[in-house]
Write a protein that binds this ligand. Structure first.
Ligand SMILES: [Zn+2]
Length: 227
């Protein structure tokens, strides 16, 4: 499994999730395909992300530009070996790449609501159903506790589901959600192994788009494919 995270310098890729079809594919080809080194014959799949736990199985398509006319409503994409490049768009939520020795691969868009809804566990489960014997994960840049102030009631809800490690503190000393800790716990619960984690907070690093810090409507992309 190969994974590539774009940042602010690669520009806005939000069109991938909303437009579908040729526009999205063209945008990806122009801005990212060459930079990331994605083979020209790989079809690219994005989704319309809704902060839920829906998983869509991508069966693979013929050649480039095989996005559906409308991206499916989901927060995880999983594909059997080869054939497709999967995309997640984020500004502060966690972009997770999933791989396996068998080549089954996946992407997950995980905010706190998706974590509570079990999107990570469902994606890992879908990979196992497709034949993955072992699932490993890489977590890209997302908002960290330093910048993610949370209400006590929401934090209690998250801690009840994901454990006390999600209780963090902002730089200013306010209660905060530790989103990476939540992802780690969800991966642990699903039996997946976290192989790599970006040490980057999207909200306090200028390299990334951030909705919370800057109100950015632009999105960065995680792209996952088999090399
Ligand atoms: Zn921060």
């Amino acid at each position: 499994m190969l994974a590539y995270w774009t940042g602010r310098s690669e520009g806005d890729l939000s069109a991938l999730g909303s437009a579908g079809g040729r526009l999205a594919t063209d945008a990806l080809q122009v801005r990212v395909r060459r930079t990331a080194g994605i083979p020209a014959d790989l079809a690219v799949y994005a989704m319309h992300q809704v902060h839920g736990s829906g998983v869509v199985i991508v069966e693979g398509g013929e050649g480039a530009g095989c996005l559906a006319s409308a991206a499916p409503e989901a927060d995880a994409l999983v594909a059997p070996r080869g054939g497709s490049c999967l995309v997640v768009l984020t500004a502060d939520c966690a972009p997770i790449a999933l791989g396996s020795p068998e080549g089954v691969h996946g992407v997950v868009h995980a905010g706190w609501k998706g974590l509570l809804a079990g999107v990570v566990e469902k994606a890992v489960g879908a990979m196992r159903e497709l034949g993955a014997s072992e699932v490993f994960a890489a977590l890209g840049p997302c908002v960290h506790a330093c910048c993610y102030e949370f209400s006590s009631s929401d934090l209690d809800q998250a801690a009840l589901r994901l454990g006390g490690s999600v209780r963090g503190t902002t730089t200013g000393g306010e209660p905060a959600m530790d989103l990476p800790a939540g992802v780690r716990e969800a991966l642990r619960a699903s039996g997946a192994r976290l192989a790599w984690e970006a040490d980057a907070c999207t909200a306090c690093s200028p390299e990334w788009f951030s909705y919370r810090a800057s109100g950015d409507v632009q999105r960065q992309a995680l792209l996952v494919w088999n090399g």
